[in-house]
Design a protein around this ligand. Structure first.
Ligand code: ADP
Ligand code: MG
Length: 712
């Protein structure tokens, strides 16, 4: 066993970790039988070297270690049987298929094949031949059946049943289970000889957490002895699996923590503005901050006094009032003569922020500029010059703010709104872009998609978090209904009623295909139809293809109340704020994700009337779509919704990493392994101080040399 102390663990064969790690990983091509074509397929599974083979764990297992008597077969369960052929024949009904009847001392069973070779046909139609079959049992018309089982003829030289459970690996097109199994065997054979997976966890930590060694764990997971509890393996609770999940979570924590420590070593100019400007700002607001806003602001204000850059995530449900808090932060920068930049993911949202900020701040004599892609020529040059000279204290814009050569005289704060749209990578890249002259600005990230605690701890371990967990007073919950689109006429009638009472409404047409153009077309067609059905209403249309001037004009009209019904694409998903709008219709709601629907719904319920949201769907609903709509009907709390979203979709999508193509976790599952996350966090702390040698190898093993999180 290991003799490693709290320094790096040593390998069972006594070789030194540092030495084996100094070597390049064993390339996949080095395994027998792996050529360029197979290597390419393996690459698609994220397998680049022999270690990756070992970390590519089975999805599930098959038990071929025992023979089940036919009389004990259970429909829906995979089993292995041994029985004698009673008879077989090829039948032509609606389709040609082969039926073979088997018998053992406890009962009879039918095998059914829709594809078969002449050799198989010959074998399966020979009464008296004994077969061993493996497959899933199902209830047939007259008896139990197996469809397309694996079969082999039983004779004197048939090997006895498997001594181990058979792994079933996640695979990709053109890659057989057999190939993956053979690869795993080969990699396991090299485990000791090539020192493939050195133990990286300190001995003491492993003992404390009762974790098996990495070699024990991998061997067991690839080749479990037949008495290993299958249920524990399948549900991920087996100690061997937990050991690897733990190590992976630990590696992620370490990677993010390292990023964080690097940030904290960077310098930010200490800025202890006196807050006088902020005080005046608060006084001219038509409301007072909620206590949650107040608390978040105090946390931010404290950060801004630190000599290292703030990195804070400001979470709050839709409409919780994050923007005001962001404005307070910006004013702190302005108060000491520095600059602040606010970046939003869409022009529409940037525009909203610009108007909000200008409305609030012009009274204080603080200039707010708006920088978009469409600002060109002399105007643009003039703006850029004034920014570079430090004459403009606050600028709002899209990511164009950072993609282009925009110079700031003294950028002290970067605010990023609706962060989930940017992805972890982009967030880190931004941090770089904002750096000037060796100093890094403070960064405040606002997200309206509340991130469940577990996720916040893993993906955002490098951030501090403030939560606004309270809505401004007077908000009423939005009544939500899911309605099949056969009842469209009723819904249109509701719009008529609401608008007659002076309210306003949204009608959102989400993505029909993966195409923005089509989405815009759909919205245009719907707007036309609604104009015909509701001639008494003033109907506006806004979508991404509209020229910015037109877009702005429509939004302004809606805000001013001269448009009753706004037909829109999902461009209005974030940030749009029209308190008089009290009805939200979402078409094709079954196609949208939970978080997105919650965002859309958040556009209403902002004023003092009761609001409602109608989710129009096209039946039949898939199970998952049904669950989503039910979740929305049942809860209005963004955190609860995010939690359900996580359950329904998995962490990758919730974090938006699907879109950005970032690889998610390989072994760990943030839902299943939640409890390990806390342990991994504490362990990361300890390791960073007590066993720093392990850190780099752990990150390299699980996250890769390419440092997926980008070098900062
Ligand atoms: P979000 O968190 O979704 O960005 P906003 O900052 O856009 O929320 O705020 C939503 C609306 O609530 C805005 O009209 C804003 O002026 C208003 N608001 C913010 N804070 C308060 C408050 N404490 N009391 C009343 N209204 C508020
Ligand atoms: Mg907002």
């Amino acid at each position: 066993m290991d003799s490693g102390g709290i320094q790096a663990g040593t390998k069972p064969d006594g070789r030194n970790v540092a030495r084996s790690l100094a070597r390049e990983p064993l390339p996949i091509i080095a395994l027998p039988g792996v050529g360029p074509r197979l290597a390419e397929r393996l690459r698609r599974l994220g397998i680049h070297n022999a270690e990756d083979v070992l970390l590519h764990l089975p999805l599930r297992y098959q038990d071929r270690s025992r023979i089940t008597p036919i009389g004990q077969l259970i429909p829906g369960v995979e089993a292995q049987i041994e029985a004698e052929i009673i008879g077989g024949e090829v039948t032509m009904r609606s389709r040609r298929f082969l039926v073979c009847r088997l018998r053992d001392t406890t009962g009879t069973l039918v095998l059914r094949f829709f594809h078969f070779s002449p050799t198989q046909q010959q074998l399966l139609c020979q009464p008296g031949v004994r077969l061993r079959c493996f497959g899933e049992v199902r209830q047939g018309y007259a008896s139990l059946e197996m469809v397309h089982p694996e079969c082999r003829r039983l004779d004197s030289d048939t090997p006895s049943v498997a001594a181990r459970l058979t792994p079933v690996y996640p695979s990709t097109a053109g890659l057989q289970q057999f190939t993956l199994r053979t690869l795993a065997e080969q990699a396991l054979a090299q485990l000791d000889a090539e020192a493939l997976l050195p133990e990286l966890l300190p001995h003491a930590l492993r003992m404390q957490l009762r974790l098996p060694s990495i070699t024990e764990a991998t061997r067991l997971l690839h080749q479990p002895p037949s008495d290993t509890p299958l249920a524990e393996l399948d549900n991920g609770r087996h100690p061997a699996r937990r050991r690897l999940a733990f190590e992976e979570l630990l590696a992620h924590q370490l990677s993010l923590r390292r990023l964080r420590e690097r940030t904290q070593r960077q310098a930010a100019p200490p800025r202890a503005g006196d807050g006088e400007l902020g005080q005046r700002f608060l006084e001219q607001l038509p409301f007072t901050l909620t206590s949650a806003q107040q608390r978040a602001w105090e946390e931010i204000a404290a950060d801004l006094c630190q000599p290292h850059p703030m990195l804070r995530l400001l979470q709050g449900d839709v409409g919780s009032g994050k923007t005001v808090v962001a404005a307070m932060a910006a004013l702190r920068a302005v108060a000491v003569g520095a600059q602040a930049a606010l970046m939003a993911p869409t022009e529409l949202l940037a525009e909203q922020h610009y108007h909000n900020f200008r409305g609030w701040l012009s009274k204080l004599g603080v200039e707010v500029a708006w920088l978009t892609g469409r600002l060109a020529g002399r105007m643009r040059r003039a703006l850029l010059e004034r920014l570079a000279a430090g004459h403009i204290p606050i600028v709002v814009g899209t990511h164009a703010l950072f993609q282009e050569t925009v110079d700031f005289a003294d950028l002290a704060l970067v605010i990023v709104d609706e962060q989930h749209r940017f992805g972890v990578h982009q967030r880190l890249a931004l941090r770089e872009k904002g750096r000037q002259g060796g100093r890094c600005p403070h960064q405040l990230i606002m997200t309206a998609t509340p991130i469940p605690r577990t996720l916040a701890m893993s993906a955002y371990a490098d951030l501090d978090t403030s939560v606004i967990d309270e809505l401004p007073p007077g908000r009423r919950p939005v009544k939500t209904a899911a309605v099949p689109d056969s009842r469209r006429a009723e819904v249109i009638d509701r719009i008529r009623q609401a608008c007659r009472q002076g309210r306003q409404a949204y009608w959102v047409c989400p993505l029909i295909e993966e195409s923005e153009t089509l989405e815009c077309q759909a919205a245009a067609v719907t707007a036309e139809q609604l104009t015909t059905t509701l001639p008494e209403l003033r109907i506006g249309l806004v979508h991404g293809r509209l020229s910015p001037t037109d877009k702005e004009a429509v939004m302004a009209a809606f805000k001013a109340g001269t448009v009753d019904l706004l037909v829109a694409t999902t461009v209005i998903e974030v940030g749009v704020d029209v308190p008089n709008a009290s009805l939200m219709i979402v078409e094709n709601a079954e196609r949208l994700g939970l978080a997105q629907l919650h965002q859309l719904r958040g556009r209403v319920g902002r004023g003092n009337t009761a609001s409602s949201c109608v989710l129009l769907y096209k039946p039949p609903l898939s199970q998952i779509a049904h669950a989503r709509l039910a979740a929305l009907r049942e809860c209005g709390d963004g955190f609860e919704i995010a939690r359900r979203d996580l359950e329904l979709r998995g962490p990758g999508e919730v974090l938006g990493t699907r879109q950005t193509g970032e690889q998610s976790l390989r072994v760990a599952d943030l839902l299943r392994d939640q409890d390990l996350l806390t342990t991994a966090r504490h362990a990361a702390d300890r390791l960073l101080h007590e066993a720093p040698d392990c850190v780099e190898p752990l990150i390299r093993r699980w996250i890769g040399a390419g440092a997926r999180y980008g070098e900062v």
